[in-house]
Design a protein around this ligand. Structure first.
Ligand code: MLT
Length: 265
């Protein structure tokens, strides 16, 4: 489905009935990374998946990329769908976006699932890496991102035994646009540190992390859990950074149990 939001076309899907669960994708993915969640969880919940600007079926303008802009896009889409509040499930960049949503639009948030993400801002080394990756992606396109990131996204078992999954992850990354990649990299590089706001997050929160996540390891998830008063942490065994794609059964079970316990306002 498509909607005109903030002057551009956004791609999204909306399936099922019940408490709305809004899924926010990682960098440089699109909403198809949530296919297994959509299929499984739409029997009991209203599942919304969104393509951030620059990705999937959303338009890829050359400018106006920031986490604040993405938060505005997502909440404007929810208003368009007449959804007042929702549980947000963000993985990695989707988690950074979740913190931004809470900073700017807390009234929309019934609860969070923060998966394979971190609260800290970039350190100087990460900032430098993003700038260099943006330069390479501007010259070579998404293959620069695939070359850099694909070896870090899954568990070692997946690289050995699941070529189909490796191929799926690769092809989603390859579909990213250059404006989307550069926009995300700059948006993430400029994001503020969210550590201090953790204690102000007063909604039920489930923190998930793949046991073998090397990009946002378990220690990052532990710090989020320690900071948010109502947070609980679950580790997904035999999974790397893209834990929802690698272990959908475990991921979905955790989300289902958590979301079933959330009261709608
Ligand atoms: C992601 O998976 O969204 C990215 O790895 C996040 C990041 O680069 O910090």
């Amino acid at each position: 489905m498509k909607a005109q939001i903030n002057g551009i076309t956004l791609g999204y899907s909306d399936q099922g009935k019940g408490t709305p669960l809004v899924f926010l994708h990682a960098f440089p993915f699109n909403r198809t990374m949530w296919a297994a969640q959509e299929e499984d969880l739409s029997d009991a919940f209203r599942i919304i998946t969104v393509d951030m600007r620059g990705h999937g079926e959303s338009e890829a303008p050359f400018w106006r990329y920031s986490l604040e802009q993405y938060a505005s896009d997502v909440t404007a889409l929810l208003r368009h769908l007449r959804i007042d509040n929702a549980v947000f499930i963000g993985l990695s960049m989707g988690g950074y976006l979740s913190f931004t949503l809470y900073r700017l639009y807390p009234e929309f948030v019934l609860g969070f699932v923060l998966a394979d993400t971190r609260a800290e801002a970039d350190n100087p080394e990460q900032g430098k890496w993003r700038f260099e990756l943006a330069r390479r992606a501007a010259a070579q396109g998404p293959s620069a991102v695939v070359a850099d990131m694909l070896p870090k996204l899954l568990s070692h078992q997946a690289y050995e035994r699941r070529p189909d999954l490796v191929e799926q992850v690769k092809s989603i990354q390859e579909a990213a646009t250059v404006p989307g990649i550069l926009g995300d990299l700059r948006a993430m590089a400029e994001r503020p540190d969210s550590t201090d706001m953790l204690r102000s997050i007063r909604v039920p929160t489930l923190v998930l992390v793949g046991e073998e996540d090397v990009l946002t390891p378990r220690a990052d998830a532990e710090r989020i859990t320690a900071g948010i008063p109502e947070a609980i942490l679950e580790t997904i065994p035999d999974a790397g950074h893209m834990s929802n794609m690698e272990r959908p059964e475990t991921f979905n079970k955790a989300v289902r149990r958590f979301a079933a316990g959330i009261d709608r306002r």
